[in-house]
Design a protein around this ligand. Structure first.
Ligand code: URA
Length: 437
């Protein structure tokens, strides 16, 4: 078999055989297939697409390009979640302790932020001492002992995806349904969860801009998960405006802790309870009509403090300073805090999540390149959401900054972020759809 023939067959719109896909992925992981060949092949896939069978084969080839964790010996049922990425998305910090507090173990490997979208690992690193890298043995032990573990992805998990994703980033081949679906699902399969809830974001601050695109991606990923024996559900959630009010690492930890104290923004609460409800539903056998009951069970864990306690237990187990959770004023703080105000009376018709994400990156909360250092203290607090009334002079955004030049640049990003209207618009839904198969 030769890589050039596989590229040519895909270029001509043919369906690749399973052996061709595994040959290509193995060759690329081992460095036998070159970057320029992989780039040509990615572009061919981008232009010609892939059948469902090819997409499943690609997912499995990437999942098996490195270690595949099997957690069955540690725990009979482990449930995981994955977000396709957004602004203000601190869901994992809340949902994992919620589900673990309900007695279902959660073992998750999360990513860092890239571009305008944040990453759970950067948020957790706002907490002094928190170890994001555990050995495989420590990962298993902690999952077994306390039923919750949240780390960064190990280097040898789906390494083919790591290489291909970096190449896609610079060859304009990221927005391809089979490439996105196989990238996400290969990592989930390699991480060993038995059941997976996919949080597919849609809107101005998401990869998928339309509901139809998001649905197609969700269906593809659910199909792959179910075909490889992982119970999988996808929720289509709104990312036109940021989730909750806080955007930026320590600011988001503070908001997550607020929610774990049964306070905090309503949209974030609704979102987290639904994700937790579906994780419990999958873990407990996915019986028809049972999700509502699990949402209530999760809500009770917010009310009685069990989810908060579980979060503290996890922070402590991974070496983090729990005092920063008990007293969030100890988390990193920015030196400059400036609040912007509304230019007119009316209603908020649009609050562009992408602009808020870019402002936060500008302040230093995110990275433009993979190895950029980040500032955990900075970010943006959003005071109004779509559908709210607003009066001239009322606060719109509060910026937390450590650098005057960056503060001014971030303010420019926020200039046209709110679109006002005279008529009351409908608030945005938290979810658009649930894809079960
Ligand atoms: N997230 C991933 O992990 N991969 C993609 O291709 C897109 C989003």
């Amino acid at each position: 078999m030769r890589a050039v023939d596989i590229i040519a067959r895909k270029r001509d719109g043919m369906e690749l055989a399973s052996e061709e896909i595994s040959f290509f992925i193995r060759g690329y992981t081992e460095g036998i297939v070159t970057d320029y060949q992989a780039a040509a092949w990615l572009m061919a896939v981008y232009l010609k697409g892939m059948s469902e069978r090819e997409t499943v084969d690609l997912t499995l080839a990437m999942a098996h390009s490195g270690d595949v964790l099997d957690l069955s010996d540690a725990l009979p049922m482990v449930v995981d979640k994955h977000s396709s990425g957004g602004v203000g998305d601190k869901t994992s910090l809340i949902v994992l302790p919620l589900v673990a507090a309900c007695g279902v173990p959660v073992a998750k490997m999360s990513g860092r932020g890239l571009g305008f979208s944040g990453g759970t690992i950067d948020k957790l690193e706002s907490i002094s001492g928190y170890r994001v890298q555990l050995s495989e043995d420590e990962f298993r032990q902690q999952a077994r002992k306390i039923g919750i573990v949240l780390t960064s992805q190990s280097a040898n998990l789906a390494p083919a995806d790591g290489k291909l994703y970096a190449l896609r980033d610079v060859t304009a081949t990221v927005p391809s349904l089979p490439l996105i679906a196989s990238s996400i699902m290969s990592k989930k399969i390699a991480a060993g969860a038995h059941a997976i809830v996919l949080d597919v974001k849609v809107g101005l601050g998401a990869f998928m801009q339309t509901i139809d695109e998001a649905k197609a991606l969700a269906r593809m990923m659910v199909g792959i998960g179910n075909r490889v024996g992982r119970r999988t559900v996808a929720l289509l959630s709104d990312m036109n405006q940021p989730l909750g009010n806080a955007v930026g690492n320590a600011l988001e930890v503070i908001e997550a802790v607020e929610l774990l104290h049964n306070r905090g923004p309503q949209d974030l609460r609704e979102h987290c309870l639904a994700v937790a409800g579906y994780m419990l539903w999958l873990a407990r056998g996915a019986k028809e009509g049972a999700v509502e009951g699990y949402v209530k069970e999760a809500a009770e864990k917010l009310r009685n403090g069990a989810a908060y306690d579980k979060f503290c237990t996890m922070i402590k187990a991974q070496g983090g300073d729990v005092r920063m959770i008990n007293d969030t004023s100890l988390l990193p703080k920015a030196q400059m805090v400036e609040t912007l105000t509304a230019s007119r009376n009316g209603y908020v018709r649009q609050l562009n999540a992408l602009h808020v994400g870019m402002a936060s990156v500008e302040l230093g909360a995110g990275r433009s390149r993979k190895d950029d250092a980040i500032d955990h203290a900075v970010g943006v607090i959003v005071h109004k959401k779509v559908g709210d009334t607003i009066m001239e002079g009322e606060p719109t955004f509060t910026l937390h900054a450590n650098n005057r030049g960056r503060l001014e640049a971030a303010k420019r990003h926020l200039q046209n972020t709110i679109v006002y209207s005279d008529q009351a618009p409908l608030p945005l839904p938290v979810f658009y759809d649930v894809i079960l198969e």
